[in-house]
Design a protein around this ligand. Structure first.
Ligand code: FE2
Ligand code: FE2
Length: 320
């Protein structure tokens, strides 16, 4: 039996792939500026500067859009936590180090533009937003305690970047504001490029050490939680987002999990030994169960939405 490669062996072997994909990323990424995505003319002072403080009636966003914006922004705000994980598990040298710095700088832009937009347009309560940010950042990112190492981290961020792309994109659609939609599309384009970098590197790790990478992928997918887990009002906001198709179980399975697994040819590979094979089987069984859960979730959601429609119609009938 061949010996496992160490983390340093893996990072060293994959350095040329990291370098080629860093260069690819830099050639594809377009420079953009948060200030170009914010309607500054709508802004006005708050009470501390002689204006008026936020009131619910000032927001033009519906409840779903508010929940999704807050969840997505707090996730972006938690960047120091994610940076810490990535910086600790990827090398700080050469192309790896350059990637970590560049990725962090790009992610920071997402939080900047979303907060500027929400504060200027008075889309959400800025005091509640700030309080939630303090709580969420103080807690740090919510990842299983035993997650560590390059393989688990690169697998996790592959799925997370794709999940945030889906979530930002769908949030843009429910905002009912072309400015917000354009901003969130811009962010989603970044997330897609990030996903491609991580997916390529994780794919290269699979080719290099299939029996070490496969268990990491299974571990990540069987424990996957959206980064919002644990933030204030996560249950309420998460349910609203799932109910209205911002990020739900069907999207998680069909738009995030399956396309990546297909790209890596997980179920067609012939290079696994017993360990990789066992992890692949575990993942296969997990996906079957997830598919059944998705069907149940969709049925429940359809019933719930139909009931709500009925209630709304009944209320709309004039009395007397
Ligand atoms: Fe982001
Ligand atoms: Fe990203």
């Amino acid at each position: 039996m061949t010996k496992d490669l160490t983390q340093l062996d893996i990072l060293t072997a994959l350095e040329p792939v990291a370098e080629a994909n860093l260069n690819r990323h830099l050639s594809m990424a377009k420079e953009w500026h948060p200030h170009d995505y914010v309607p500054w003319g709508e802004g006005r002072n708050f009470a501390a500067m002689g204006g008026i403080d936020w009131e619910p009636g000032q927001s033009k966003l519906n409840e779903v859009a508010k929940a999704a914006m807050i969840t997505n922004l707090l996730t972006e705000d938690n960047l120091p936590s994610y940076h810490r994980e990535i910086a600790a598990n990827f090398s700080q040298d050469g192309a790896w180090g350059t990637w970590v710095g560049r990725w962090t700088a790009e992610e920071n832009r997402h939080g900047i533009v979303m907060r500027d937009y929400l504060v200027v347009t008075r889309g959400v309560d800025p005091v509640a937003l700030e309080q939630a940010r303090m709580i969420h950042m103080t807690q740090g990112a919510h990842a299983p305690a035993d997650w560590g190492g390059f393989l688990v981290n690169v697998a996790y961020v592959t799925f997370q970047e794709l999940a945030t792309r889906v979530s930002h994109r769908n949030t843009g659609r429910v905002c009912d504001d072309p400015i917000a939609d354009r901003m969130l599309q811009r962010i989603a384009t970044d997330e897609n490029l990030h996903m491609i970098f991580y997916r390529t590197l994780c794919g290269a790790a699979l080719d290099l050490v299939p029996d070490q990478a496969m268990p990491a992928i299974t571990e990540v997918l069987t424990n996957f939680e959206m980064p919002g887990a644990g933030m204030p009002n996560w249950r309420r906001n998460g349910v609203l987002m799932a109910k209205h198709g911002i990020y739900d179980l069907r999207q998680h399975l069909d738009e995030v999990v399956r396309p990546v697994l297909k790209q890596w040819n997980i179920f067609g590979r012939t290079d696994f030994g017993p360990r990789g094979e066992a992890a692949r089987e575990e993942l296969g069984a997990f996906l079957e169960k997830l598919e059944a859960d998705v069907v149940r979730f969709e049925e429940q959601r359809d019933r719930m939405l139909a009931r709500e429609r009925q209630l709304a119609e009944r209320r709309a009938v004039p009395v007397g």
